[in-house]
Ligand binder design. Structure first.
Ligand code: AMP
Ligand code: ZN
Length: 113
């Protein structure tokens, strides 16, 4: 298994798991781009948003709901935050395991590229 995020799920690569349930884990981004920068992933290896089946689409709703909970826990729910999913080469995806970035804690610039 050479997927870094699968290795975090398996515990073979250390990370500070700040949330986990049967389907999802969350941990801090190793290279934070904002005071709060968390990564939320499905435990299941799904390579990207483009590989999400219709049956798995409920998972995305669950991940958004977890992101909202974590935004509350991190104290950025009121000030505002951003969820980002990069997909594929031109979408800027570097790690080929579906993930959502939760960013906040500073005024984020317009980032629609
Ligand atoms: P993306 O460009 O959307 O694929 O972003 C991948 C993110 O994963 C980047 O922000 C990296 O800093 C982050 N990342 C890579 N390896 C690790 C790791 N071992 N632990 C936490 N975050 C990581
Ligand atoms: Zn993986």
């Amino acid at each position: 298994m050479d997927c870094i995020f699968c290795q975090i799920v398996a515990g073979t690569v250390p990370s500070e798991i700040i949330y986990q349930d049967d389907e999802v884990i969350a941990f801090p981004d190793i290279s934070p781009q904002a005071p709060i920068h968390l990564i939320i992933i499905p435990k299941k290896h799904i390579p990207s948003l483009a590989h999400l089946s219709e049956a798995e689409s409920r998972l995305m709703g669950h991940m958004v709901s977890i992101a909202n909970q974590l935004a509350k826990r991190e104290g950025i729910f009121e000030s505002g935050y951003r969820l980002v999913i990069n997909c594929g080469k031109q979408g800027g995806q570097l790690v080929p395991h579906l993930h959502m970035h939760l960013l906040g804690g500073r005024k984020l610039p317009n980032a629609l590229g």
